[in-house]
Design a protein around this ligand. Structure first.
Ligand SMILES: [Cu+2]
Length: 143
């Protein structure tokens, strides 16, 4: 409960990616050759997340098990505190997810947008982080 309170505070305080007080353990599944996946893991660690990276060739199987639909497939898949986080999602959106705990499966930044955390290039438009759920497609956050 204290952790949820701290997470909620972190969300209130920060437009800048807040650092988690007590980050839950996260497992990130990546393709062995993926460099930008490691980049995203490094970025999340810098933002206070506790990430274990597992290399696998079974990404599509894991996505099916977690209920990630084809149109929300991103670069890699992370499991954290009962949620799925798909793709190069900014830390602030993950913190918001863990603080608000909506009744969805998780969130996704589909594809590999230029300039997103862990990616090279320059951001050309706001990132639309989508909800992963059985319902209609909805935006969870815009960064
Ligand atoms: Cu990537």
């Amino acid at each position: 409960m204290l952790r949820n309170l701290l997470l909620a505070l972190a969300v209130l305080v920060g437009a800048h990616a807040p650092v988690l007080a007590e980050p839950p353990a996260a497992t990130m599944y990546v393709n062995p050759q993926c460099g930008c996946c490691q980049g995203h893991a490094a970025y999340l660690r810098q933002n206070g997340f506790n990430i274990t990276v597992k290399e696998t060739h079974d990404m599509s199987l894991i996505r099916r098990q977690q209920g990630v639909p084809g149109k929300l497939v991103g670069c890699h898949i992370m499991l954290i505190d009962g949620y799925v986080v798909e793709g190069h999602v900014p830390a602030s959106a993950i913190t918001k997810l863990l603080a608000e705990r909506p009744k969805i499966k998780g969130i996704s930044l589909p594809g590999m947008p230029e300039g997103s955390p862990g990616m090279t290039g320059v951001k050309v438009e706001p990132f639309k982080i989508m909800e992963i759920s059985d319902g209609e497609l909805k935006v969870f956050a815009t960064e």
